[in-house]
Write a protein that binds this ligand. Structure first.
Ligand code: FES
Length: 580
């Protein structure tokens, strides 16, 4: 840790708007005063943007206005001037064609929202899956002092006395209905049991994973990730975050001071320990790109190999975020990583303390939720990166959510050309498929879907589910919901729509998955593969115009984070010319 706080007082960038007696300064102050802000708020104190992703069409973030008020309290208490700024809110559960298509758009909007306006620091008020990475990416590209506070997970769901987890049980119940084990009426009743309070998904899905990543990166206060949305301590966390950002501005503690290689390595190992979502791979690669770090898929495989999954949460385990919080939450996991020599203890955090200073004295209150290492869900919990002639640029698999017996498997490919083809044929009992086959779906990557939807965990054919079989090897260039499970190979790169080898797999080809040796192989000759690739043509016309075309033309592959090529890097926060 080499960070040295800046001297205070000094002139802040907000004074480029609010300072002095020029016509422009009076214009900037005067218009703000129509909201009743007293004159002394413009005197050079830190102006803090509370970037609020509230939206009633983003139910996971619909309670954030309340938290924004607590952040404001904290900012005022610490002598800052809070301004609440709504930003583009990407809802996982509603956005079409898929939320991932809009992560980069949100990041771009956030970046310009920060840079173009009179802020000295930012509180990133986030929750649902894409809101956390998009705001982190935008803030990292501006590099003003920034801190994350998340909305927190929903309370536990219960149905017929059993815990039901967001997403995880949606997939389970949906397959139970197909298998004839659950009625449609029971499904509707269970649906209401799953979401019984405000907040984000209560499993270790992508939202909880990304909240954990923000904390493990050092970008949120310690303990933030697991506090339930409706717990009073969530409001306290918001208020303390408001207090802290003011001091961060005075110290000039920026994302680039926190988001170091060591921070990313801590986050990657944390993802293995919590059994986190494969979506974290894409988001952290993209975030690293924003701060100019050369993070790769191979870093994920290398760093995750020795990390046991010790957090016993769905979808890999049995508990939910509420119990993770009661057990002590992420600080306990970080302490355990530190004790195992798997944590960069000196990594700086937004609190101004090192990671180890924050977590070294915490206690595990429930060893059935945060397990001892010898009882880990899997000893090698990190995301596996597979390569081979089917995925020259890599593909990922989450071992803690997979079936051990399928980790080495050779099977006959049953190919779906795209998601529509899959939906049209999967329920047909005449489909020539059995449980030894490998389900392959093409054209669901960034360019193909478009947007790289969470459809990689293709539901199994009903005729196989009725035999009581719940997992098969599945391969695609799609993503998978962090709440989902199965022996599912994802993010196959290059994607089919960009001409990757996945595009030329045919039904009847043999495919070999060998997780211990990190291999994904299409068993045809090199000559045959080359001939098929030479004959390949792109599947659909390129979008003409609008955001869809921008996305298609500039999105990069999943192996580098699927950011836009022109958004990589930090562009800084220099103030431009006068606004009028
Ligand atoms: Fe928003 Fe899960 S859908 S957090």
């Amino acid at each position: 840790m080499t960070f040295k706080p800046a001297k205070w007082p000094r002139k802040l960038r907000s004074q480029e708007w609010f300072g002095g007696m020029s016509k422009d300064a009076i214009y900037h102050r005067g218009w703000m005063k129509n909201q009743g802000f007293p004159a002394d708020l413009f005197d050079g104190r830190p102006v803090i943007g509370i970037l609020n992703t509230f939206s009633e069409l983003n139910p996971c973030n619909a309670h954030l206005n309340d938290l924004a008020q607590r952040v404001k309290h904290g900012i005022y208490e610490a002598g800052g001037f809070p301004v609440e700024v709504p930003v583009f809110s990407v809802s996982e559960s509603g956005f079409r064609p898929t939320a991932m298509m809009f992560r980069n758009l949100a990041a771009m909007a956030v970046e310009e929202t920060i840079r173009g306006q009179q802020m000295d620091g930012c509180v990133l008020l986030v929750g649902c899956d894409k809101t956390t990475p998009s705001l982190l990416m935008g803030a990292a590209s501006v590099d003003l002092p920034s801190i994350v506070v998340t909305g927190g997970p929903m309370l536990n769901g219960y149905y017929k006395g059993e815990r039901v987890g967001s997403g995880t049980h949606l997939w389970k119940f949906s397959e139970a209905v197909k298998a004839g084990e659950m009625t449609a009426e029971e499904f509707v009743e269970a649906e209401a049991s799953m979401s019984r309070s405000p907040g984000t998904c209560n499993t270790m899905g992508t939202a909880s994973t990304m909240a954990s990543m923000a904390e493990a990166l050092g970008m949120a206060l310690s303990g933030n990730a697991a506090i339930p949305a409706v717990d009073s301590r969530r409001r306290m966390m918001a208020q303390l975050t408001g207090r802290r950002i003011v001091q961060m501005v005075k110290d000039d503690l920026k994302p680039s001071d926190v988001l170091t290689r060591e921070a990313f390595e801590n986050a990657i190992r944390t993802n293995g320990a919590i059994g986190g979502s494969t979506n974290a791979v894409i988001h952290l690669l993209a975030l690293a790109g924003r701060v100019g770090l050369d993070l790769t898929l191979d870093d994920w495989d290398r760093l995750g190999r020795d990390v046991p999954t010790i957090v016993n949460l769905m979808p890999s385990g049995k508990y939910l975020m509420e119990e993770f919080f009661y057990a002590g939450g992420l600080p306990v996991v970080l302490k355990r990583l530190g004790e195992a020599g798997l944590l960069h203890k000196d990594a700086l955090t937004v609190s101004g303390e090192t990671m180890w200073e924050q977590v070294k004295d915490v206690t595990n209150h429930n060893p059935d939720v945060i397990l001892p290492a010898d009882k880990a869900l899997t000893q090698s919990g990190g995301v596996v990166v597979l390569r081979g002639n089917l995925a020259p640029n890599g593909a990922v698999l989450k071992p803690s959510a997979a079936t051990p017996d399928l980790m080495v498997h050779r099977g006959r490919a049953v190919v779906f050309e795209d998601i529509d083809d899959y939906k049209a044929r999967i329920d047909d009992d005449a489909l020539d498929i059995d449980e030894t086959c490998v389900m392959v779906m093409k054209n669901c990557g960034p360019k193909g879907y478009p947007g790289m939807a969470e459809v990689g965990n293709m539901g199994l054919p009903p005729k196989i589910l009725k035999k009581g079989i719940t997992d098969m090897v599945r391969i695609s260039d799609a993503r998978m919901s962090g709440t989902a499970f199965g022996t599912v190979v994802l993010h196959t790169a290059p994607e089919a729509a960009a001409g990757g080898p996945l595009a030329v797999v045919r039904t009847g080809d043999m495919i070999e998955l060998d997780v211990p040796n990190r291999r994904l192989h299409l068993d045809i000759s090199d000559e045959e593969l080359a001939a098929r690739m030479a004959a390949w043509t792109p599947p659909a016309p390129k979008p003409q115009g609008g955001y869809a075309q921008l996305f298609h033309d500039h999105v990069m592959g999943p192996d580098t984070g699927a950011d836009f090529d022109f958004l990589v890097g930090c562009r800084g926060n220099a103030v431009g010319r006068e606004s009028h």
